[in-house]
Design a protein around this ligand. Sequence first.
Ligand SMILES: O=C(O)CCC(=O)C(=O)O
Ligand SMILES: [Fe+2]
Length: 271
Amino acid sequence: MSTPLPGFESFGTPAGGPTAGEPTAGEPTAAGSEQASGEQAGSRTTGTRREIAPGAVHVPGWLTLAQQQTLVVACRDWARGPVPIRHTKLPNGGVMSVQTVCLGWHWQPYAYTRTADDVNGARVTELPSWLVELGRKALVAAYRDQDPAAADTYPPHTCTPDTYTPDTALINFYDDQAKMGMHQDKDERSDAPVVSLSIGDRCVFRFGNTATRTRPYTDIELASGDLFVFGGPSRFAYHGVPKVRPGTGDPATGLAGGRLNITLRMTGLKG
Ligand SMILES: O=C(O)CCC(=O)C(=O)O
Ligand SMILES: [Fe+2]
């Protein structure tokens, strides 16, 4: 066995927790009615959609605990390979503090490929259909559930929940020190929404504007089970994670420490 990457140790299996080979709570299916974790003080009401900017919607506590457990088991498995999770190297010589593994398409700054040429050349794991389905349900929860009668409650000119077909997932693992600077998700050739799922420790998620990586922006807390979708006018807004709050996750998710974030995207690429 290879030496774990720094920070990957706490991504290991907690005592008594599920492992990839054991029966799990089942594939994520529907949007959660079961509460995943305690509510935060203030604006946080589990399951209640909140529009942070036009087309950018936060749904706290959307994933059930069982769905989170299933995702943690699956992510741990994907992190092992065939392309192992790694700290992405940037063209400027920097190294990202988060560790990332991709499904469907491999992201390396600043392009998508089918093989992980900056890691070991292996072809990335397929994106499973149950994750595509979860992405569609996420769009329903973020956009359509609010007002089913109003067609423009989900971002126009992109796609509807029915036609949303993410073909890549970027899975980021944050240890206590990891953060992500303000950036746009713009390597996709599609303006379909990005679906973001968070598990484990809470973080400060900074959601800004499309023009600059600085203010105005809104800081929100993303907690375990939270859904965040950004599409429409917010699809290319700058965003980042300035801080993770260590020790705030519930080990019952199967994650002993750190934070997992999964983003589903449509690359718009063929082949
Ligand atoms: O971790 C997050 O919540 C955001 C991740 C992100 O922005 C990305 O992977 O591009
Ligand atoms: Fe991003």
